[in-house]
Design a protein around this ligand. Structure first.
Ligand SMILES: [Zn+2]
Length: 424
Protein backbone atom coordinates (compact mmCIF):
# COMPACT_ATOMS: atom_id res chain seq x y z
CA UNK A 1 0.00 0.00 0.00
CA UNK A 2 2.79 2.40 0.95
CA UNK A 3 4.48 1.86 -2.40
CA UNK A 4 1.22 2.56 -4.24
CA UNK A 5 0.81 5.83 -2.38
CA UNK A 6 4.36 6.81 -3.34
CA UNK A 7 3.64 5.91 -6.98
CA UNK A 8 0.50 8.07 -6.82
CA UNK A 9 2.71 10.96 -5.66
CA UNK A 10 4.81 10.63 -8.84
CA UNK A 11 1.68 10.65 -11.02
CA UNK A 12 0.24 13.71 -9.25
CA UNK A 13 3.53 15.59 -9.47
CA UNK A 14 3.76 14.70 -13.18
CA UNK A 15 0.26 16.09 -13.80
CA UNK A 16 1.15 19.24 -11.90
CA UNK A 17 4.26 19.74 -14.07
CA UNK A 18 2.20 19.23 -17.25
CA UNK A 19 -0.31 21.86 -16.10
CA UNK A 20 2.48 24.29 -15.26
CA UNK A 21 3.88 23.72 -18.76
CA UNK A 22 0.46 24.53 -20.30
CA UNK A 23 0.31 27.65 -18.12
CA UNK A 24 3.72 28.69 -19.47
CA UNK A 25 2.55 28.18 -23.05
CA UNK A 26 -0.51 30.33 -22.42
CA UNK A 27 1.62 33.11 -20.97
CA UNK A 28 3.45 33.23 -24.32
CA UNK A 29 0.24 34.24 -26.12
CA UNK A 30 -0.58 38.01 -26.07
CA UNK A 31 -3.13 39.32 -23.57
CA UNK A 32 -6.27 41.00 -24.95
CA UNK A 33 -8.70 43.71 -23.87
CA UNK A 34 -12.50 43.60 -23.89
CA UNK A 35 -13.04 40.00 -22.85
CA UNK A 36 -16.53 39.36 -21.45
CA UNK A 37 -16.64 39.13 -17.62
CA UNK A 38 -19.68 36.86 -17.74
CA UNK A 39 -22.84 37.18 -15.62
CA UNK A 40 -22.47 38.95 -12.27
CA UNK A 41 -22.19 36.53 -9.32
CA UNK A 42 -23.18 36.84 -5.69
CA UNK A 43 -20.27 37.40 -3.28
CA UNK A 44 -20.71 33.96 -1.67
CA UNK A 45 -19.96 32.20 -4.94
CA UNK A 46 -16.29 32.95 -4.36
CA UNK A 47 -16.49 30.89 -1.16
CA UNK A 48 -17.41 27.74 -3.08
CA UNK A 49 -14.28 25.59 -3.57
CA UNK A 50 -15.31 24.87 -7.16
CA UNK A 51 -14.89 28.55 -8.05
CA UNK A 52 -11.36 28.58 -6.58
CA UNK A 53 -10.29 26.45 -9.54
CA UNK A 54 -12.83 27.29 -12.26
CA UNK A 55 -13.73 30.85 -13.25
CA UNK A 56 -17.37 31.70 -14.19
CA UNK A 57 -16.03 34.22 -16.76
CA UNK A 58 -17.41 34.08 -20.30
CA UNK A 59 -14.24 35.40 -22.08
CA UNK A 60 -16.10 36.22 -25.34
CA UNK A 61 -14.18 38.86 -27.30
CA UNK A 62 -16.31 42.05 -27.21
CA UNK A 63 -13.80 44.27 -29.05
CA UNK A 64 -15.99 44.33 -32.18
CA UNK A 65 -19.25 45.24 -30.35
CA UNK A 66 -20.62 48.74 -30.61
CA UNK A 67 -21.51 50.38 -27.28
CA UNK A 68 -25.02 51.80 -26.79
CA UNK A 69 -25.89 55.29 -25.52
CA UNK A 70 -24.98 54.26 -21.95
CA UNK A 71 -21.56 53.07 -23.15
CA UNK A 72 -22.46 49.41 -22.55
CA UNK A 73 -22.42 46.35 -24.82
CA UNK A 74 -24.44 43.15 -24.74
CA UNK A 75 -22.43 39.90 -25.02
CA UNK A 76 -23.87 37.74 -27.82
CA UNK A 77 -22.51 34.66 -26.01
CA UNK A 78 -23.95 35.00 -22.50
CA UNK A 79 -26.28 38.01 -22.91
CA UNK A 80 -24.62 40.00 -20.14
CA UNK A 81 -24.86 43.80 -20.41
CA UNK A 82 -21.63 45.47 -19.35
CA UNK A 83 -19.09 48.25 -19.89
CA UNK A 84 -16.30 46.86 -22.07
CA UNK A 85 -13.32 45.85 -20.00
CA UNK A 86 -10.07 47.70 -20.60
CA UNK A 87 -8.04 45.22 -18.56
CA UNK A 88 -5.70 43.12 -20.66
CA UNK A 89 -5.79 39.41 -19.89
CA UNK A 90 -5.72 35.98 -21.47
CA UNK A 91 -8.88 33.88 -21.77
CA UNK A 92 -8.74 31.06 -19.20
CA UNK A 93 -11.61 29.46 -17.36
CA UNK A 94 -9.47 26.94 -15.50
CA UNK A 95 -7.13 28.43 -12.89
CA UNK A 96 -4.30 26.14 -13.94
CA UNK A 97 -1.74 27.47 -11.46
CA UNK A 98 -3.98 26.79 -8.49
CA UNK A 99 -4.85 23.29 -9.71
CA UNK A 100 -1.13 22.50 -10.15
CA UNK A 101 -0.37 23.85 -6.67
CA UNK A 102 -3.05 21.65 -5.06
CA UNK A 103 -1.77 18.59 -6.94
CA UNK A 104 1.74 19.29 -5.65
CA UNK A 105 0.44 19.79 -2.10
CA UNK A 106 -1.26 16.37 -2.27
CA UNK A 107 1.78 14.75 -3.89
CA UNK A 108 4.19 15.89 -1.19
CA UNK A 109 2.62 14.00 1.79
CA UNK A 110 2.03 11.00 -0.48
CA UNK A 111 5.73 10.96 -1.33
CA UNK A 112 6.67 11.28 2.37
CA UNK A 113 4.11 8.72 3.55
CA UNK A 114 6.73 6.56 5.33
CA UNK A 115 8.08 9.57 7.21
CA UNK A 116 4.54 10.58 8.23
CA UNK A 117 3.54 7.10 9.34
CA UNK A 118 6.67 6.61 11.40
CA UNK A 119 5.94 9.84 13.29
CA UNK A 120 9.47 11.17 12.72
CA UNK A 121 7.90 14.59 12.27
CA UNK A 122 6.82 14.67 15.92
CA UNK A 123 9.93 16.53 17.23
CA UNK A 124 9.15 19.43 14.84
CA UNK A 125 5.42 19.71 15.70
CA UNK A 126 4.01 22.01 18.42
CA UNK A 127 2.78 20.30 21.59
CA UNK A 128 -0.80 21.46 21.00
CA UNK A 129 -0.84 19.72 17.59
CA UNK A 130 0.49 16.49 19.12
CA UNK A 131 -2.10 16.64 21.93
CA UNK A 132 -4.94 17.32 19.48
CA UNK A 133 -3.90 14.33 17.36
CA UNK A 134 -3.55 12.02 20.36
CA UNK A 135 -6.93 13.15 21.68
CA UNK A 136 -8.68 12.81 18.30
CA UNK A 137 -7.15 9.53 17.08
CA UNK A 138 -6.07 7.54 20.14
CA UNK A 139 -4.32 4.35 19.13
CA UNK A 140 -3.76 5.46 15.53
CA UNK A 141 -0.94 7.86 16.30
CA UNK A 142 2.63 6.53 15.86
CA UNK A 143 4.51 5.61 19.02
CA UNK A 144 7.06 8.29 18.21
CA UNK A 145 4.36 10.89 18.92
CA UNK A 146 3.40 9.25 22.22
CA UNK A 147 7.04 9.09 23.28
CA UNK A 148 7.58 12.68 22.20
CA UNK A 149 4.68 13.82 24.41
CA UNK A 150 6.06 11.79 27.33
CA UNK A 151 9.53 13.31 26.90
CA UNK A 152 8.13 16.87 26.59
CA UNK A 153 5.96 16.48 29.69
CA UNK A 154 8.49 17.91 32.22
CA UNK A 155 8.77 21.19 30.29
CA UNK A 156 5.08 21.64 29.51
CA UNK A 157 2.95 24.56 30.68
CA UNK A 158 0.27 23.94 33.32
CA UNK A 159 -2.44 24.09 30.64
CA UNK A 160 -0.69 21.51 28.44
CA UNK A 161 -0.01 19.25 31.41
CA UNK A 162 -3.67 19.29 32.45
CA UNK A 163 -4.62 18.57 28.82
CA UNK A 164 -2.15 15.68 28.62
CA UNK A 165 -3.45 14.24 31.91
CA UNK A 166 -7.02 14.43 30.60
CA UNK A 167 -6.06 12.63 27.38
CA UNK A 168 -4.10 9.98 29.28
CA UNK A 169 -6.87 9.30 31.81
CA UNK A 170 -9.34 8.73 28.97
CA UNK A 171 -6.91 6.22 27.43
CA UNK A 172 -6.76 4.21 30.66
CA UNK A 173 -10.26 2.98 29.88
CA UNK A 174 -11.00 -0.33 28.26
CA UNK A 175 -11.03 -0.04 24.46
CA UNK A 176 -10.13 -1.88 21.27
CA UNK A 177 -6.67 -0.35 21.18
CA UNK A 178 -3.82 -2.33 22.65
CA UNK A 179 -1.05 -0.93 24.81
CA UNK A 180 -2.28 2.67 24.86
CA UNK A 181 -3.12 2.27 28.54
CA UNK A 182 0.54 1.46 29.29
CA UNK A 183 1.59 4.75 27.69
CA UNK A 184 -1.19 6.56 29.58
CA UNK A 185 -0.01 5.04 32.88
CA UNK A 186 3.56 6.18 32.23
CA UNK A 187 2.41 9.69 31.33
CA UNK A 188 0.22 10.02 34.41
CA UNK A 189 2.98 8.73 36.67
CA UNK A 190 5.56 11.08 35.15
CA UNK A 191 3.14 14.04 35.30
CA UNK A 192 2.56 13.74 39.05
CA UNK A 193 1.63 15.65 41.12
CA UNK A 194 -0.33 17.63 38.49
CA UNK A 195 -2.02 14.43 37.23
CA UNK A 196 -3.22 13.36 40.70
CA UNK A 197 -6.62 15.16 40.65
CA UNK A 198 -7.54 13.51 37.32
CA UNK A 199 -6.41 10.12 38.63
CA UNK A 200 -8.49 10.49 41.81
CA UNK A 201 -11.55 11.27 39.69
CA UNK A 202 -10.82 8.14 37.63
CA UNK A 203 -10.87 6.05 40.85
CA UNK A 204 -14.65 6.53 40.79
CA UNK A 205 -14.98 5.57 37.11
CA UNK A 206 -17.63 3.09 35.99
CA UNK A 207 -15.03 1.53 33.67
CA UNK A 208 -13.24 -1.19 35.63
CA UNK A 209 -9.95 -0.96 33.72
CA UNK A 210 -9.84 2.83 34.01
CA UNK A 211 -10.53 2.68 37.74
CA UNK A 212 -7.95 -0.05 38.30
CA UNK A 213 -5.12 1.44 36.22
CA UNK A 214 -5.65 4.82 37.90
CA UNK A 215 -5.36 3.04 41.26
CA UNK A 216 -2.16 1.33 40.11
CA UNK A 217 -0.54 4.67 39.27
CA UNK A 218 -1.71 6.20 42.58
CA UNK A 219 -0.37 3.22 44.54
CA UNK A 220 3.05 3.73 42.91
CA UNK A 221 2.93 7.42 43.83
CA UNK A 222 1.90 6.68 47.42
CA UNK A 223 4.55 3.97 47.80
CA UNK A 224 7.66 4.64 45.65
CA UNK A 225 9.18 1.24 46.51
CA UNK A 226 6.55 -0.40 44.27
CA UNK A 227 8.11 1.24 41.20
CA UNK A 228 11.52 -0.21 41.91
CA UNK A 229 10.10 -3.67 42.48
CA UNK A 230 8.83 -4.01 38.93
CA UNK A 231 10.62 -3.34 35.69
CA UNK A 232 8.67 -0.27 34.70
CA UNK A 233 9.25 1.87 31.62
CA UNK A 234 9.47 4.95 33.80
CA UNK A 235 11.70 3.22 36.32
CA UNK A 236 12.74 6.30 38.24
CA UNK A 237 10.44 6.66 41.22
CA UNK A 238 8.83 10.04 41.77
CA UNK A 239 8.79 11.41 45.29
CA UNK A 240 5.58 13.41 45.67
CA UNK A 241 4.74 12.75 49.35
CA UNK A 242 1.23 11.67 48.44
CA UNK A 243 -1.54 10.63 50.85
CA UNK A 244 -4.23 8.78 48.90
CA UNK A 245 -7.98 8.98 49.52
CA UNK A 246 -9.73 6.09 51.24
CA UNK A 247 -11.36 4.79 48.08
CA UNK A 248 -7.91 3.82 46.78
CA UNK A 249 -8.01 0.98 49.32
CA UNK A 250 -11.33 -0.32 48.08
CA UNK A 251 -10.10 -0.28 44.45
CA UNK A 252 -6.86 -1.96 45.56
CA UNK A 253 -8.78 -4.78 47.29
CA UNK A 254 -10.93 -5.05 44.17
CA UNK A 255 -7.67 -5.56 42.24
CA UNK A 256 -6.82 -8.64 44.31
CA UNK A 257 -9.67 -10.54 42.62
CA UNK A 258 -9.22 -12.75 39.60
CA UNK A 259 -9.88 -10.27 36.77
CA UNK A 260 -8.82 -9.11 33.33
CA UNK A 261 -6.02 -6.73 34.32
CA UNK A 262 -2.98 -8.78 33.40
CA UNK A 263 -0.03 -8.70 31.04
CA UNK A 264 -2.32 -8.64 28.02
CA UNK A 265 -3.58 -5.21 29.11
CA UNK A 266 -0.16 -3.94 28.10
CA UNK A 267 0.66 -2.55 31.52
CA UNK A 268 3.62 -3.61 33.61
CA UNK A 269 1.89 -6.31 35.62
CA UNK A 270 -1.32 -7.52 37.11
CA UNK A 271 -3.29 -5.29 39.42
CA UNK A 272 -2.58 -7.74 42.26
CA UNK A 273 1.18 -7.25 41.66
CA UNK A 274 0.85 -3.73 43.01
CA UNK A 275 -2.21 -4.02 45.24
CA UNK A 276 -0.89 -6.93 47.30
CA UNK A 277 2.38 -5.35 48.54
CA UNK A 278 0.65 -1.98 48.85
CA UNK A 279 -2.12 -3.34 51.06
CA UNK A 280 0.36 -5.42 53.04
CA UNK A 281 2.07 -2.19 54.13
CA UNK A 282 -1.19 -0.29 54.68
CA UNK A 283 -3.40 -3.04 56.06
CA UNK A 284 -4.60 -1.09 59.09
CA UNK A 285 -5.93 1.69 56.82
CA UNK A 286 -7.92 -0.80 54.74
CA UNK A 287 -9.74 -2.66 57.52
CA UNK A 288 -13.33 -2.53 56.15
CA UNK A 289 -12.15 -3.34 52.60
CA UNK A 290 -10.01 -6.30 53.71
CA UNK A 291 -12.82 -7.53 55.97
CA UNK A 292 -15.19 -7.51 52.98
CA UNK A 293 -12.51 -9.28 50.90
CA UNK A 294 -12.30 -12.06 53.50
CA UNK A 295 -16.00 -12.75 52.82
CA UNK A 296 -15.56 -12.61 49.05
CA UNK A 297 -16.80 -15.32 46.69
CA UNK A 298 -13.66 -14.81 44.58
CA UNK A 299 -11.21 -17.37 45.98
CA UNK A 300 -8.12 -15.47 44.77
CA UNK A 301 -9.29 -12.26 46.43
CA UNK A 302 -10.17 -14.09 49.64
CA UNK A 303 -6.79 -15.87 49.79
CA UNK A 304 -4.81 -12.66 49.18
CA UNK A 305 -6.85 -10.73 51.78
CA UNK A 306 -6.23 -13.55 54.27
CA UNK A 307 -2.47 -13.45 53.61
CA UNK A 308 -2.42 -9.65 54.05
CA UNK A 309 -4.44 -9.82 57.29
CA UNK A 310 -2.18 -12.56 58.70
CA UNK A 311 1.26 -11.31 57.57
CA UNK A 312 0.55 -7.71 58.59
CA UNK A 313 -0.58 -8.96 62.02
CA UNK A 314 -3.72 -6.92 61.55
CA UNK A 315 -5.23 -5.77 64.85
CA UNK A 316 -8.71 -7.21 64.17
CA UNK A 317 -8.47 -9.41 61.06
CA UNK A 318 -5.31 -11.43 61.73
CA UNK A 319 -7.02 -14.53 63.13
CA UNK A 320 -9.62 -14.61 60.35
CA UNK A 321 -6.78 -14.48 57.85
CA UNK A 322 -4.85 -17.30 59.58
CA UNK A 323 -8.00 -19.41 59.76
CA UNK A 324 -8.59 -19.15 55.98
CA UNK A 325 -4.91 -19.80 55.22
CA UNK A 326 -5.06 -22.98 57.38
CA UNK A 327 -8.11 -24.08 55.38
CA UNK A 328 -6.28 -23.37 52.11
CA UNK A 329 -3.55 -25.87 53.02
CA UNK A 330 -5.98 -28.60 51.95
CA UNK A 331 -6.27 -30.33 48.61
CA UNK A 332 -8.73 -28.50 46.34
CA UNK A 333 -9.20 -27.34 42.76
CA UNK A 334 -7.16 -24.15 43.19
CA UNK A 335 -3.61 -24.06 41.82
CA UNK A 336 -0.71 -23.37 44.21
CA UNK A 337 -2.99 -21.95 46.91
CA UNK A 338 -1.68 -24.46 49.45
CA UNK A 339 1.96 -23.48 48.81
CA UNK A 340 0.96 -19.82 48.98
CA UNK A 341 -0.90 -20.40 52.25
CA UNK A 342 2.04 -22.35 53.68
CA UNK A 343 4.53 -19.59 52.84
CA UNK A 344 2.17 -16.89 54.15
CA UNK A 345 1.69 -18.72 57.44
CA UNK A 346 5.46 -19.22 57.74
CA UNK A 347 6.04 -15.48 57.25
CA UNK A 348 3.32 -14.71 59.85
CA UNK A 349 5.31 -16.56 62.51
CA UNK A 350 4.58 -18.40 65.74
CA UNK A 351 1.17 -16.77 66.28
CA UNK A 352 -0.28 -19.24 63.75
CA UNK A 353 0.57 -22.26 65.93
CA UNK A 354 -2.73 -22.45 67.89
CA UNK A 355 -4.80 -22.56 64.69
CA UNK A 356 -2.45 -25.08 63.07
CA UNK A 357 -2.79 -27.27 66.16
CA UNK A 358 -6.56 -26.94 65.96
CA UNK A 359 -6.35 -28.06 62.33
CA UNK A 360 -4.50 -31.29 63.13
CA UNK A 361 -6.64 -31.87 66.23
CA UNK A 362 -9.65 -32.02 63.89
CA UNK A 363 -7.91 -34.63 61.73
CA UNK A 364 -5.76 -36.71 64.11
CA UNK A 365 -5.07 -39.55 61.64
CA UNK A 366 -3.16 -37.16 59.31
CA UNK A 367 -4.91 -38.62 56.31
CA UNK A 368 -5.40 -35.34 54.47
CA UNK A 369 -3.01 -32.92 52.79
CA UNK A 370 -4.21 -30.18 55.13
CA UNK A 371 -3.35 -32.11 58.31
CA UNK A 372 0.06 -33.26 57.05
CA UNK A 373 1.05 -29.82 55.82
CA UNK A 374 -0.11 -28.21 59.08
CA UNK A 375 2.04 -30.69 61.03
CA UNK A 376 5.06 -30.04 58.78
CA UNK A 377 4.66 -26.31 59.36
CA UNK A 378 4.34 -26.81 63.14
CA UNK A 379 7.64 -28.74 63.12
CA UNK A 380 9.34 -26.03 61.09
CA UNK A 381 8.01 -23.15 63.20
CA UNK A 382 9.04 -24.87 66.44
CA UNK A 383 12.41 -25.88 65.00
CA UNK A 384 11.69 -29.57 65.70
CA UNK A 385 14.21 -31.84 63.98
CA UNK A 386 12.47 -34.48 61.83
CA UNK A 387 13.89 -37.21 59.63
CA UNK A 388 14.08 -36.85 55.86
CA UNK A 389 11.56 -39.69 55.53
CA UNK A 390 9.09 -37.93 57.84
CA UNK A 391 9.58 -34.68 55.94
CA UNK A 392 8.80 -36.42 52.64
CA UNK A 393 5.71 -38.10 54.14
CA UNK A 394 4.32 -34.76 55.33
CA UNK A 395 5.31 -32.72 52.28
CA UNK A 396 2.49 -33.47 49.87
CA UNK A 397 1.56 -30.02 48.57
CA UNK A 398 4.02 -30.09 45.69
CA UNK A 399 5.80 -32.60 43.50
CA UNK A 400 9.09 -30.83 44.25
CA UNK A 401 11.18 -32.64 46.79
CA UNK A 402 12.22 -29.52 48.63
CA UNK A 403 11.21 -27.20 51.44
CA UNK A 404 7.85 -25.53 50.53
CA UNK A 405 9.34 -22.21 51.60
CA UNK A 406 11.82 -22.31 48.77
CA UNK A 407 9.35 -23.23 46.10
CA UNK A 408 9.06 -20.44 43.54
CA UNK A 409 6.07 -21.11 41.34
CA UNK A 410 3.76 -18.85 39.42
CA UNK A 411 3.03 -15.15 39.89
CA UNK A 412 0.95 -16.02 42.98
CA UNK A 413 3.97 -17.21 44.96
CA UNK A 414 6.09 -14.34 43.62
CA UNK A 415 3.64 -11.86 45.19
CA UNK A 416 4.99 -12.76 48.62
CA UNK A 417 7.72 -10.54 50.05
CA UNK A 418 11.24 -11.99 50.35
CA UNK A 419 11.91 -14.01 53.49
CA UNK A 420 13.29 -11.97 56.35
CA UNK A 421 16.65 -12.75 57.90
CA UNK A 422 16.33 -15.75 60.20
CA UNK A 423 13.24 -17.08 58.35
CA UNK A 424 15.17 -18.83 55.58
ZN1 LIG B 1 -20.28 36.74 -22.33
Amino acid sequence: MTRWIEHAAIVLAGLACALLFLLLLRLLTPAREALCRGPARQWYHSLLPWHWFHSPRCDYDLSGSIPDAAGQVICPECGTRQVRSTRRRRPARWRTGRVALVLLLIALPCWKVRWIRSGNWAPYAPTSILLTLEESFPGYIPWTVCDELLSREPGMSQVSRAWLARVAVSELASDEISHNSAWASDVLYAAAPSSIPALEVALRSEDFQQRMLAAMVLMRLADPTLSTRYHLRSAQSIDVDYSPPDNLYSVAVEGLADNSIDWTTGVYGTDADLAFPYLLRNAEHATPELSAGLDSHDTQQKLLCAAIAAMSHHSTLRDRGIEYLCRSLGDDDETENAVFAYQSLWRTGDVVLPQLEATIAAEPNESTQRARTALLLIYRLRGTAITKAESLRLYTISAHNDDPNHLVGSWLIRLLPPLAKGQE
